[in-house]
Design a protein around this ligand. Structure first.
Ligand code: BES
Ligand code: MN
Ligand code: ZN
Length: 508
């Protein structure tokens, strides 16, 4: 067990196996970041020569372990780069804390003395560190059960006795817990997380969240394949038809007394995307266990919203299906009937996400929420456009603006993309059905997908996050982001809901 504490103390006097301090770059060379001044003072004039001796500049991502040889109470100081001094903000601090967490692997006790003189920075340090400790090693022979490793982590802050700082510190634990839980689901291989197992995992997590006195009250409903058929969910059934493990739909409801707003969250839960008969090439298929990241993030976002007790009604819809090939799989040319009766001509079985989202969007819209937000690893086109660290955001102008602000506050990168007018005609261009799922025009596929989803939102305020890039990290760990599932989106969704809670009802 790792225990965490939040204290106001000098990092030079704190007894810990390792002390983490930040170094920023400046025109005058590397400078100690706030929080670490005492450590520098303990070295006195020998501090700068020490940095130059090991070639430490303070660039973001840089990290070094330095034995202190008695200069401070702790035997080891861990230096982490924060980048340009004037640009040190909560995002950089969160990343640096993550780097530090991955570096102190053999210390039983760690004191973190990164910049933490505002509640926002307290949250960034704590969250970044907790996120940085996450690694997916469940399938490694030598992975220790997490409970066996006992250690203590102390976050140091000059304002550690202030209520707002304590609240920020506690919130960081909840946020990081939700992101790490999202990552865990995304990382589970598709043979251990098929649609029924995913739904079971959500049921189990829900039971854990809601058990005991004072626990938040969250409603849950799971549709199996018969119930999906009874409710006319032809999109989810079409996509899931080729799999030996049948599809599911999970709905969660957080409805606090007195809530005046309702937000519906809808997340893509394709537990594995082979492409179906429009099969993917081997290299694109390899990471497609990630294709349920949207569903994992809406579930964990709702759980987090409930834990935080945010005064907004939130529903989360997680359609789950495995896109496979078999005698019962959907074919190119098939026509599916989405809930509500809209028929869709399928021409590319690999554009499956929009089909399962369509049913869930219709169900969400039936409750007439004030806004619908969907999140999905939807298109490779978005990765081509924005790279693998930025999500595309589309939808109605007001919701897009609010989501951008929420993402900024959460420290997640999103960028607006348009839904050009022509897309509406293209989506409605099927010769035989109400709408076309795909039109083989190579360009702007991420925008076409958004226009397709819009058909199922019943004109309600709506935002769409395409996280095909940032939802999964195929490279090595960086900042607070591990390899594999990232948890991207959870923090933005929660921040968005919180911004509605803060707005007065008549602002709507
Ligand atoms: N799950 C993929 C999108 C994806 C790509 C996610 C890369 C993560 C990383 C999605 O179902 C898909 O296959 N999209 C197609 C859309 C096309 C058929 C219109 C794609 O990206 O090519
Ligand atoms: Mn696909
Ligand atoms: Zn997919």
């Amino acid at each position: 067990m790792t225990t965490y504490a939040f204290r106001s103390a000098s990092p030079a006097k704190t007894r810990a196996d390792a002390v983490v301090v930040g170094i920023a770059t400046s025109t005058k060379g590397p400078v100690i970041a706030s929080g670490g001044e005492d450590v520098q003072a303990a070295w006195g004039r020998k501090f700068r020569p020490l940095l130059s001796a090991i070639g430490f500049t303070g660039k973001a991502g840089e990290v070094a372990k330095v034995p202190t040889a008695g200069a401070i109470n702790s035997p080891l100081v861990v230096l982490v780069g924060l980048g340009e001094q004037k640009q040190v903000d909560h995002v950089r601090v969160r990343r640096a804390a993550g780097v530090a967490a991955r570096t102190v692997t053999n210390a039983a006790s760690v004191a973190i003395a990164l910049p933490a003189d505002s509640p926002e920075l307290v949250r960034a340090v704590t969250e970044g560190y907790l996120l940085g400790t996450y690694a997916f090693d469940d399938y490694k022979r030598d992975s220790k059960p997490k409970s066996e490793k006992s250690s203590e982590v102390v976050v140091l802050s000059p304002i550690a006795r202030q209520g707002e700082a304590i609240a920020a510190y506690e919130r960081a634990h909840l946020v990081a817990g939700a992101l790490n839980a999202t990552r865990q689901w995304v990382n589970l291989p598709a043979n251990d997380l098929n649609p029924p197992l995913f739904a079971d995992a959500v049921v189990a997590a829900h039971a854990e969240l809601t058990k005991g006195k004072g626990a938040p009250k969250v409603g849950i409903k799971v549709w199996d394949e018969q119930e999906l058929a009874a409710d006319g969910c032809g999109g989810i059934l079409g996509v899931g038809g080729g799999s030996a493990t049948p599809p599911r739909l999970v709905k969660l409801t957080w409805e606090p007394a007195g809530a005046t707003r309702h937000v519906a969250l809808v997340g893509k839960g394709v537990t594995f995307d082979s492409g179906g008969y429009t099969i993917k090439p081997a290299n694109s298929m390899a990471t497609m266990k990630e294709d349920m990241a949207g569903a994992a993030s809406v579930v964990q976002a709702l759980f987090l919203i409930a834990r935080l007790g945010l005064p907004v009604k939130v529903t989360a819809w997680a359609p789950m299906a495995e896109n496979m090939v078999s005698g019962e799989a959907m074919r190119p040319g098939d026509v599916l009937t989405i809930r509500g009766g809209t028929t869709v001509e399928v021409s590319n079985t690999d554009a499956e996400g929009r089909l399962i989202l369509a049913d869930a969007l219709v169900m969400a819209a039936e409750e007439e929420p004030d806004a619908i937000i969907d999140i999905a690893t939807l298109t490779g086109h978005m990765v081509v456009a924005l790279g693998d660290k930025v999500a595309g955001v589309m939808g109605t102008d007001d919701v897009v603006a609010d989501l951008r602000a929420a993402a900024d506050a959460a420290g997640e990168a999103v960028w607006p993309m348009p839904i050009p007018e022509e897309m509406e005609q293209r989506v409605r261009s099927s010769k035989i059905a109400d709408i076309a799922q795909h039109d083989w025009v190579r360009w702007g596929g991420g925008l076409f997908a958004a226009a397709f989803l819009r058909e199922f939102t019943n004109g309600l305020p709506w935002g769409h996050l395409d996280i095909a890039g940032p939802g999964f990290n195929t490279g090595g760990p960086h900042g607070f982001t591990p390899a594999g599932g990232t948890g991207f989106g959870v923090a933005t969704l929660v921040e968005y809901v919180e911004s509605l809670a803060a707005a007065r009802p008549d602002d709507a």
